[in-house]
Write a protein that binds this ligand. Structure first.
Ligand SMILES: [Zn+2]
Length: 434
C-alpha cells in the first residue's frame, strides 16, 4: 500500500483505505476527468459525446497509468474494472458487470446495429515478484524518458487504454463497438472470458469479429498479428505399486519401470510434421516425482506430468484418448494401478486469412507503415474461448517485457497502437457495414 499516494489510492477496494468516506463513483469520475484530453466539466464532457473528434479523444497514456495504479494481480480487481467502466460510460457505452466467483468481468457495447466489432482484454496482471528488483515501483506508473513503467504496461492495460482511446474518436454510425474485459486471464481463466462467452451466447448476443489486445508484437509495434493458436492439454499420470525392499523385488511392485516405459512410448511418437500455418505439435514431460529418500526401498508411487501443445491436426479429446490407450497397454502387464487425469485448456484454432485479417493487417500498414507477419506461435490466450463466437485475431504491444521485472512501454507505442486500433475500427466498418 505504500506505493500509492493522493487520490489514486482512494479507489482501491481494500479495507485499509475504507477510512476515506468519499463515494467511490464520484472519485472515479474525478479520475476520468483528468484522463480526458480537454478541461471541460463533467457535464460538458457528456454533452460533447456526440461530437467527439480526434483532438478531444481520451489520452491513452493517462488511462493506462490509472489502470496500472490499480494493483489487480489475479484474482484481485483493486478497482481496475471501475476505471475501465467509467471511461466507457463517459463515451456512451452501456456497461454490464458480470461477476463470476470472485472475478470481475465487463461487457460494454455502444450501438445496437450490426456489425458488432469486439475488443477483448484483461485487467488482471501477473505478480510483480520481488518489488525491490524493479527500477520503479511496479504499480506507480511512472513515466521516465518517455517510457511508462509498471506491471501490466504491455500485458495488457496499455492495449485496453489504447483501444478505449481509439473508440473515443471513432465514428460509430455504421455498427456497434463492444468490449469484453475480464479479470481472470493470467490465473485459472475459469471465471473470466469463458463464462462471459457462455452467457453472451445464451442471450443470443451477436459479436461478428473480435480483436484481442494481447502483446503480439515482437521487435516493432505491429510486426506480428496472431491469427490462431495451438491447443494445450495437460496430463497427470499416477502409478501406484507396492513398496518393498530392493533385495526382494518379487515381494514389491515397482511403479518406476512402467512409468519410464510409458513416458518413452509417449515421447517416441512424432505427433505430426506441422499444419498449414502452424509449427509441429510437441509433447513435453514437465515433471517426474517419486520422492524416495532411501537407496534400499522400492517406492510405492511414481507420478509424472506432461503438456502437449497441438495444432489443428489434433483435438484435445483425441490426444487424451491416445494417452489413455497407452496407459491401458502398460497396465496390462502390471500388478499395481495406473491412473490418468487429463485437462484440455484450449483447442487449437485458426482464423483463415480473409477480409477480416486483411482489414487488421491494412490498419497496421496504414497507421505505422509496417507489414505484419501472420502467426500462430506462442501460448494460449482468451482467443481460445472467443473463437466459438466469431473469427478472432490478436494484435497488441511489443511483448519484450511482459511478465518481467521492469515491464514497460514507450509512450510513443501507446499512441501508435491507438492509431492502429483507430484505423482498424474505421476500415472494419467501411468493409463490413451493409
Ligand atoms: Zn495478457
Amino acid at each position: 500500500m505504500g506505493l500509492w499516494s493522493g487520490d489514486e489510492a482512494l479507489n482501491l477496494e481494500q479495507p485499509a483505505v475504507s477510512r476515506h468516506t468519499a463515494p467511490r463513483r464520484a472519485l472515479a469520475w474525478a479520475a476520468i476527468g483528468r484522463i480526458r484530453g480537454h478541461s471541460g466539466a463533467d457535464a460538458d464532457c457528456r454533452a460533447g459525446r456526440d461530437r467527439l473528434s480526434a483532438d478531444m479523444a481520451l489520452d491513452p497514456v493517462a488511462l493506462a497509468q490509472a489502470l496500472i495504479r490499480r494493483p489487480s494481480v489475479t484474482p484481485a480487481d483493486a478497482g481496475a474494472m471501475d476505471v475501465v467502466q467509467q471511461a466507457l460510460e463517459e463515451l456512451g457505452f452501456s456497461c454490464r458487470r458480470m461477476r463470476f466467483g470472485q472475478i470481475e468481468n465487463l461487457y460494454a457495447r455502444r450501438g445496437a446495429a450490426g456489425p458488432n466489432l469486439c475488443f477483448a482484454g484483461h485487467t488482471d496482471v501477473v505478480p510483480a515478484g520481488d518489488e525491490a528488483a524493479w527500477a520503479r515501483p511496479p504499480f506507480a506508473a511512472d513515466i521516465e524518458a518517455g517510457v511508462l513503467q509498471g506491471r501490466g504496461a504491455v500485458d495488457m492495460k496499455g492495449a485496453i487504454a489504447a483501444f478505449i482511446a481509439a473508440a473515443s474518436a471513432a465514428d460509430l454510425a455504421k455498427g456497434s463497438l463492444s468490449l469484453l474485459i475480464t479479470g481472470d486471464e493470467e490465473g485459472a481463466a475459469e471465471d473470466g472470458t469463458v463464462r462471459v462467452v457462455e452467457a453472451l451466447r445464451a442471450e443470443g448476443e451477436r459479436i461478428d469479429h473480435c480483436v484481442v489486445g494481447e502483446p503480439t508484437s515482437t521487435a516493432e509495434l505491429g510486426d506480428m498479428i496472431k491469427i490462431g493458436r495451438r491447443g494445450s492439454l495437460n496430463a497427470w499420470i499416477t502409478i501406484d505399486g507396492a513398496q518393498g525392499h530392493v533385495a526382494y523385488p518379487h515381494l514389491a511392485a515397482n511403479p518406476i519401470p512402467p512409468l519410464v516405459r510409458l513416458l518413452a512410448r509417449l515421447q517416441a511418437r512424432a505427433l505430426d510434421e506441422g499444419y498449414p500455418g502452424f509449427q509441429p505439435s510437441n509433447l513435453e514431460v514437465t515433471s517426474i516425482d517419486v520422492g524416495n529418500p532411501a537407496t534400499n526401498v522400492i517406492p510405492a508411487q511414481a507420478r509424472a506430468r506432461l503438456n502437449i501443445r497441438f495444432n489443428p491436426a489434433h483435438t484435445g479429446a483425441d490426444l487424451a484418448a491416445w494417452i489413455g490407450g497407452e496407459c491401458e497397454a502398460e497396465q496390462a502387464g502390471f500388478s499395481g494401478e495406473i491412473g490418468l487425469v487429463t485437462r484440455i485448456s484450449g483447442e487449437a484454432f485458426l482464423t483463415e486469412p480473409g477480409d477480416f485479417v486483411e482489414v487488421c493487417a491494412r490498419a497496421v500498414r496504414e497507421a505505422v507503415g509496417r507489414d505484419p507477419t501472420l502467426s500462430t506461435s506462442g501460448g494460449t490466450s482468451d482467443a481460445r474461448f472467443i473463437r466459438s463466437l466469431c473469427p478472432v485475431i490478436e494484435l497488441g504491444l511489443v511483448n519484450a517485457t511482459m511478465h518481467k521485472v521492469d515491464e514497460q512501454v514507450p509512450v510513443a507505442h501507446l499512441q501508435a497502437l491507438t492509431r492502429v486500433y483507430g484505423r482498424l475500427i474505421d476500415l472494419y466498418f467501411e468493409r463490413f457495414s451493409g
